[in-house]
Ligand binder design. Sequence first.
Ligand code: BGC
Length: 978
Amino acid sequence: MSPRSAAAPLRVLTLNIYHDKADWPARRARIVDGIRALDPDVVALQEVLQHEGLRNQAEDLAEALGYEAHFFSVDPAGAPKRYGNALLTRDPVLHAASRALPPLQDGRVAGRVDIAVGARRYAMVVTHLHHTPEGGAIRAEQLGDLLAWLEETADGVPLVLMGDFNAPSEAAVFAPLRADFVEAYASLHEGGDLARTTLNPAFFDARRQKRIDHVFAQRDAFDVREARIVLDAPDRQGTWPSDHFGLLATLVPRPLPQTARAWEQRALTPDARARALVAAMTADEKFRLIRSDFGLGVDGGPRPEGALGSAGYTPAIARLGIPALQLADAGLGVTNPANIRPGDYATPMPSGPMTASTWSPEIAWAGGATMGRQAWRKGFNVLLAGSLNLQRDPRNGRNFEYAGEDPLLAGTLVGASVRGIQDQHVVSTLKHFAMNDMETGRNTHSADIGARAMHESDLLAFRVAMEVEEPGAVMSAYNRINGTYAGEHAELLDRVLKRDWGFGGWVLSDWGGAHSAAQAANAGLDQQSAGEVFDKEVWFDRPLREAIAAGTVAPARLDDMATRVLRGLIATGAFDHPPRIAPIDVAADEAVVQRTAEAGIVLLHNPDGLLPLAKDVRRVLVVGGHADRGVIAGGGSSAVLGRGGNAVEGIAPTTWPGPVVFHPSSPLAALRALLPQAEVRFVDGRDLRDASRAAGEVDAVVVFATQWSAESVDLPDMDLPQGQDALIAAVAEANPRTAVVLETNGPVPMPWREDVGAVLEAWYPGIRGGEAIARVLLGEVNPSGRLPVTWPTGLEQLPRPALPGLGFDPPQPPGDAIDYTIEGANVGYRWFAARGLEPLYPFGHGLSYTTFAYDDFRVRVLGPEVWAYFSVANTGARRGADVPQLYLELPAGHPTPVRLAGWQRIELDPGERREVAVRLSPHALADYDPDARRWHIPGGRYGVRLARSAGDAGEVRRIELPPRTLEMRIGSAPTAAP
Ligand code: BGC
């Protein structure tokens, strides 16, 4: 799309397409033709419907028109029938947001998208305010709510408010609007010739001069050139189908005030603002912006002046109003490395697989929002978060930071978390791009994999996340990919990420992951991180200056690097909304942790219903895992110390990547609190005989087993360390009423599985983990987590059973390459399916204290969309959440047998039954063609399976899909960018 002139008038059309699906085909064609003839820039649609057998009407129209659709609904995702409003735009969308407007009646919602028209930015808002049953008057409280939202989010971007207000223009209720907005007004009733109005007399109330559609444009930003009523025609009987018609307005943007500091104009796009800034910068300032310093200081020396104390710092450029970059690690909470900011604790979040086990984008968003809020209140504006490497091997030491093995699930949830962070005006990264799937030899090893396989696995996860939320920054990985360092990988950084996908932010190196000046800069690395401490040289200072002087790097590239940093800051709001120091809200934020853990703990095994433990249990023994003190966490740069510090000090390693941390959230204490009448004893499990004797004396035993894992080192094997398997076996032998709680990086073999009564996977559950575990054990919470990874029986089932160099003191040195061509895109369950292997637990597995039944499963192909419809019923006696999953079975001969294509987390009361609609992800349908550089659905006969896990035969429906190519670009970078 060619950039349009900034001064171009905006043609906006607001239209209520109110009707039900029966007459849609006929009306659709009429509406498409009508809109096309009017040639609007933006269409605000009200009363848009998505229903079984009917595509989302806004998306359907948008596709026919070549526009982009944004649909806003208060009906939950997964509801079979969703009402809402939509905005169709033909200019690039910078950002979308929405707000429900209570009192709600069939989907009242306001949505906003910010668009870039040339260098100008506009906020377009669509709404539909319902009339009261009493008489068609707009509800004042809804309008009040809408205005409050607009005020809250007012950011100097010129605003156009469109929609169906269902009230006459003169209504007093509009008074608060009039101060700031001018109305684009047209009336059919003017001139008094009611006979010629286009209204259905049944709807029209002459006395009230009722009008439906309104366009309000921000008074100081626009002049109204034209407003007219358009569209639609009476039916053959001469009756108008409804009281709805369209209003087209032409708005002429007023010229922006002349200022030398154009970048301060919020009416300009982030890109235009960033370019204006760069045009005002000196070369030295640009060179300063494209590198950060280690925020902890060199070799324990003083930290850089102005640095709060965190992983990275770039000083402010005060004369231009460019804020300092304060970059903090926040894989699992806002970090305070080595307690450099004494006593400044943050909330330790549950590990990545825990959040992924919830299968809930909403919970993932809340986790991100918690970290973003805390960061902002601590003064940080960039979070090194969004950890998204795929779990290809349970031994990877950093699996606890990631979100499992499936690109769609991981990308969706990590994208939601990044959105949560950035909604607080804090930049998030996505990291580590790409293929840093093992830690062993991470600074040098080459991850070897074919292009197609990489695009359909690890890269797809990033792509999916970027579609949910474009991060301000992406961190390149340490490793090499097919021989080339990630930070020098022109194909991955410049071509795929920036050009094919349209990523508009900046790429920063991992700490120690920059290896050159010219090569890295030309490949697409934009910012070097803490090079003075971690890299051989500060490449992006003197060496890069020399390279530019010598002509090996174009000066325009330096501008691009600086522009991208600024663009990331501006687009996320970090530039305009600098942090304000304030205390964190410990209670509210810990509630998010507990909710995440309660939704993410996975009940793996419970054959005879040992869990939930009976509330009248008399004597309980708790064994091991330091459960008397807390819950374990992982080590490395993501480690967070929460209130109360480390509950178990002194466990080796006490230095990097340690210390081993237990958060002070004791499952024992939580169990005691919930079982006041019982005797709950604890033995630490060091003495097997002692533990097994005590186990024989109680009604039930809960054994806690921990597996510490950390960045920079992989686990030597899958086993529980320190003889914990023997402890569990001994205790279970003494008392089969033994439940095992695992606090692990990921899957461990369970040689004792058939001898215990239950197994819970509690991952690293975060600072309220003890409470969450206790509540699940006792049935206060019904477990609903589903595995985001396949649980192998042991190493023998992995693509690479033997890998040299794992663990702290490996007997063999690591190899310099990891061969991922073995499984390629078939990560996790796809590998198991391709090889016909039976895991201990399949991907997606998780039990509940209630039971669910699926019924009425049907699949429909609606144009380019594939929808699955079914019902879920809670057939047990407890409220609980289920996660029905949809798997796509690919045509015979396809290299990948099966892909997760969709799911829906749904919470039901006993006896409750609900209809669910799930749109299959186009990513599951499409293959990547590396030669054509495109995503393509080859077409053919596919199966869609509704199942409880990847291992469940479920029910399959067959569909025929025609071939189709998908859109490639997803980011917001202007197409013209270098
Ligand atoms: C890790 C990154 C982290 C960075 C800064 C590196 O060792 O790989 O994830 O953000 O350090 O602490």
